[in-house]
Design a protein around this ligand. Structure first.
Ligand SMILES: Nc1ncnc2c1ncn2[C@@H]1O[C@H](COP(=O)(O)OP(=O)(O)OP(=O)(O)O)[C@@H](O)[C@H]1O
Ligand SMILES: [Mg+2]
Length: 666
C-alpha cells in the first residue's frame, strides 16, 4: 500500500499554485480547506479545460434555458388574478406608491450606505423600470382576459407549455454536451492512469497491491463521474437559476425577499458541517473498497488452491467480514447524506412557512403586497428558489467522496518511477567483452537488510554463465538488476564500458530478455503469446522458435493450432507446455543477452534434455545467464557462479568437476 504521508506530500508538491480567491471560494464551498488538498479540486477542474469551448456553449444553453424557465412563470400572474377574482390594474401606479412608507424609509437608509448605496439605488431603478414594463404587459393581458376568459387562459397555457418545452430542449442539449465532455475526460483519465501505472518500476507494484491499483484506475475514476456531472451541471445552472429567481422575487416583493435572503445561510450551514463527517468516512470506505478488490482478485486467481483445500466457506466468510465492515461504513455515509438532505428539506419548509406567515401579515395588516394573486405567485417562485439550494448542498456532499478519489488518482499520477529512461541515452555497446558488476550493493527497501554488498563479478560475452545457489540466495534478484528492473543501491553495472542505466529503455528491452521464474501467459492466441509485444507477427519466425523448444508438436495438436487462445494464465495448457511456450517467446525475441531463470522448471525428463539442446543451439554466440538448480545443466557451462546472500563466488578448477561439491551449492 502506498504510504499516505509520502503520497500526499508528493501531491502537494506538484499541485499547481492555488489560484487566489476563486480557488479559495470553490474549495470553501465544495470541500473544506482542512483535510483535502486545495490543489486537488483545482487539478480536477483543470482536467476539463481542454473542452472549455464546449463547456461555455453548454453553459450558455443552460443560462438561456433557465431564463426562459423562470420568467415564463410571470404568465401565471394574470391567471391567478382571474382565479382570485382580482381587478386587473388599469393604470400604471407610480413606482414609489407601490412601496409603503416604512419600506421607503428602509430603502432610503440603505441607499445612504457608502459604496453599496449607489448600487442599491441603481438596482432599484432597474427593477422599477422592469416592473413597469411587466405591469404594462400585465394590464394588457388582464384586459384581454377579462373580455375572453377561457381563450385567454388557453393562450397563456400554450405560452407556458411552449416555454417549458423550449427550456427543456435547451437543457437537454446542454446536458448532452456535458455528458460527452465528462465521458471523454474521465475515460481519458482512466487511460492515462493505466498507462502511468504500467510504466512504473517493479518496486511500485510490490508497494501497491493489485486490488489497490485496480480500484484506482477504475473505481476512483467512476467515483468522480457522478459528482463531476453534478458539479458541471449545478455550478452554473443552479446559481444562475437562483439569480433569475431572486430577481423575480425582488420584482414581486423586496421586503419578503430580504427575509428569504436572511434564511439562506441557515439552509447551507448544516450541510457544510455534515459534509466534513462524510469526507472522513469516505476515506475509510475507499480503502475498504481496495481491500475487497484485493481479496477478490487473489481468491479468483487462486481458485485452484481454494478448491484443493476446500476452503470455499473460509473464503466466503473472510469476504463476508470485509463486506460487512464496508456495509457499516456505507450505511453511515448514507445516513449522514440523507440527514443533510432532510435538514435542508426542513429548513426549506421553515423558510416557506416563515414567508407565508410574514407575507400574510404584510398582506392583511399592512397591505404591502399587491394582492392574493401576487402572493401566490411569490410562494410558487419561492418554492423553486429553495430547490437549487438543495441541489448545491447535495453537490457539496457528493463532492467529498469525489475529492477523496481525486486525491488518490493524483497521488498515482504524481508517482514517478524510480527507474527512469535516461534523458541522454548512450548507444548499445556493440563490441563489449564483459558485463561487469562493480562494487554492487542492493536491498529491496530502506528498512531491509542489504542482499548484496560490494559485489564484483564479470560475465563474459557470448558465453553461458550459470548462477547457482540456495533458495532465496538472490539469483533472481541479480538477474533483475541486470535487466534494470531495479537500480542498485550502490555500485554499478557496465556493459563493456557503458553504464547500464545510461541505455535507453527501448534499446535495453530489445537487447536483454529474461525468461522469468514463473510462467506468465496472457489470454491471447499461442502465436500472440510467442510474438508478445510485437506489432508485426512473423509466423515463420514463431514456428522456428516453437520447433526449437519442441513446443511446435503440441501446438499443432491444439484445435486451432497457433491461433488457439491459451486461456487465462495459460490455463488451457499443461504446466510444462506453458513453460515451453514461454521459452519459445524469449527465443522469438532474439536478444543479445538472454537470461533464463530455471528454464527446466515443470518440464519432464525428456523436455529437460530439450532445454540442454536449446541451450546449445540458442546460446551459440549469445551472452547467456542460466539460473538453475539442475546439476547436469551446469556441468558444461563456461562460467559457474555461486550466489550467496551478500556475495558471489566463481567456482573454478577441481571443485567444478566434483558433482558432490556442486550439489552442496545447488
Ligand atoms: N520484492 C521483494 N521485496 C522484498 N524482498 C524480496 C523481494 N523479492 C525477493 N525478496 C527477498 O530477496 C531474497 C532473494 O530473493 P530471490 O528471488 O532473488 O532468490 P532466488 O535466489 O532467486 O531464490 P529461488 O532459488 O528460490 O528462486 C529473498 O530472501 C527474498 O525474500
Ligand atoms: Mg529465483
Amino acid at each position: 500500500m502506498m504510504e499516505p504521508t509520502t503520497a500526499s506530500a508528493s501531491a502537494s508538491e506538484s499541485a499547481p499554485p492555488p489560484a487566489g480567491w476563486l480557488n479559495r471560494l470553490l474549495v470553501r464551498w465544495i470541500g473544506g480547506p482542512q483535510s483535502v488538498n486545495q490543489g486537488v479540486l483545482f487539478r480536477l477542474l483543470a482536467l476539463f479545460l481542454p473542452h472549455r469551448r464546449r463547456l461555455v456553449l453548454a453553459n450558455l444553453l443552460i443560462i438561456l434555458a433557465s431564463f426562459i424557465g423562470v420568467f415564463s412563470l410571470f404568465a401565471f400572474l394574470p391567471i391567478l388574478r382571474v382565479i382570485f377574482n382580482e381587478q386587473p390594474l388599469e393604470t400604471e401606479p407610480p413606482p414609489a406608491a407601490a412601496v409603503s412608507p416604512e419600506h421607503q424609509l428602509e430603502d432610503d437608509l440603505l441607499t445612504r450606505l457608502p459604496l453599496v448605496g449607489p448600487l442599491i439605488e441603481r438596482g432599484r431603478q432597474r427593477i422599477d423600470t422592469l416592473k413597469q414594463r411587466l405591469q404594462a404587459w400585465e394590464v394588457q393581458a388582464n384586459a384581454y382576459l377579462s373580455r375572453n376568459k377561457l381563450e385567454g387562459i388557453l393562450i397563456i397555457a400554450g405560452v407556458l407549455l411552449l416555454a417549458a418545452l423550449l427550456s427543456a430542449l435547451l437543457s437537454y442539449a446542454a446536458s448532452l454536451i456535458m455528458a460527452r465532455i465528462e465521458e471523454e475526460t474521465l475515460g481519458g483519465l482512466s487511460e492515462r492512469l493505466y498507462a502511468h501505472c504500467i510504466r512504473q518500476d517493479l518496486g511500485f507494484f510490490h508497494r501497491n497491491p493489485t486490488g489497490q491499483l485496480m480500484t484506482r484506475v477504475y473505481n476512483d475514476v467512476m467515483m468522480l463521474r457522478q459528482p463531476m456531472e453534478l458539479l458541471y451541471s449545478t455550478t452554473v445552472r443552479e446559481p444562475v437559476t437562483m439569480l433569475f429567481l431572486l430577481i423575480f422575487l425582488l420584482l414581486i416583493n423586496p421586503t419578503l425577499t430580504a427575509i428569504v435572503l436572511l434564511m439562506l445561510p441557515l439552509a447551507i450551514i448544516p450541510t457544510i458541517i455534515l459534509a466534513r463527517r462524510i469526507r472522513d468516512i469516505s476515506r475509510e470506505e475507499v480503502m475498504g473498497d481496495a481491500f475487497i478488490m484485493d481479496q477478490m482478485q487473489t481468491s479468483f486467481s487462486g481458485i485452484k488452491l481454494i478448491k484443493s483445500f476446500g476452503s470455499e466457506d473460509f473464503e466466503a466468510q473472510r469476504f463476508g467480514r470485509s463486506n460487512r465492515t464496508m456495509f457499516r461504513r456505507r450505511f453511515r455515509r448514507r445516513m449522514i447524506k440523507e440527514l443533510a438532505s432532510s435538514t435542508s428539506d426542513i429548513i426549506t419548509i421553515i423558510g416557506v412557512v416563515a414567508i407565508l406567515v410574514v407575507g400574510a401579515l404584510l398582506l392583511f395588516q399592512f397591505g404591502i403586497i399587491g394582492g392574493g394573486a401576487e402572493f401566490m405567485l411569490y410562494l410558487l417562485v419561492l418554492n423553486r428558489f429553495y430547490k437549487p439550494i438543495k441541489k448545491l448542498s447535495a453537490l457539496h456532499v457528493g463532492m467529498q467522496r469525489a475529492l477523496m478519489s481525486a486525491e488518490r488518482i493524483f497521488d498515482v499520477l504524481d508517482t514517478r518511477p524510480r527507474v527512469i529512461d535516461p534523458p541522454d541515452p548512450l548507444p548499445w555497446p556493440e563490441d563489449f567483452d564483459f558485463i561487469r558488476l562493480e562494487d554492487l550493493g542492493f536491498s529491496y527497501g530502506a528498512k531491509e537488510e542489504p542482499l548484496f554488498r560490494h559485489l564484483n563479478l564479470w560475465i563474459p560475452r557470448d558465453r553461458v554463465t550459470a548462477f547457482i545457489g540456495r533458495n532465496g540466495s538472490g539469483k533472481t534478484t541479480l538477474a533483475a538488476l541486470l535487466c534494470r528492473f531495479y537500480l542498485p543501491t550502490e555500485g554499478r553495472i557496465l556493459i563493456g564500458s557503458t553504464p547500464l542505466d545510461r541505455i535507453a529503455e527501448k534499446e535495453l528491452r530489445r537487447r536483454i530478455v529474461m525468461l522469468t521464474q514463473e510462467t506468465i501467459l496472457f489470454n491471447l492466441t499461442v502465436l500472440e503469446n510467442i510474438a508478445y509485444g510485437e506489432d508485426d507477427i512473423d509466423l515463420e519466425r514463431a514456428e522456428r522458435a516453437a520447433r526449437l523448444t519442441r513446443a511446435h508438436e503440441f501446438i499443432e495438436q491444439l484445435p486451432d493450432g497457433y491461433h488457439t487462445v491459451v486461456g487465462e494464465r495459460g490455463g488451457r495448457l499443461s504446466g510444462g507446455q506453458a513453460r515451453l511456450l514461454t521459452l519459445a517467446r524469449v527465443i522469438y525475441r532474439d536478444p543479445d543477452i538472454l537470461i533464463l531463470d530455471e528454464p527446466e522448471a515443470a518440464l519432464d525428463v525428456k523436455n529437460q534434455a530439450v532445454v540442454a539442446e536449446v541451450l546449445r543451439e540458442v546460446t551459440r554466440g549469445r551472452t547467456t545467464i542460466l539460473i538453475t538448480h539442475k546439476l547436469s545443466s551446469v556441468l558444461h557451462v563456461d562460467k559457474l557462479v555461486r550466489v550467496r546472500r551478500r556475495s558471489t563466488r566463481t567456482i573454478r578448477g577441481k571443485e567444478r568437476r566434483t558433482a558432490e561439491a556442486l550439489e552442496n551449492y545447488i
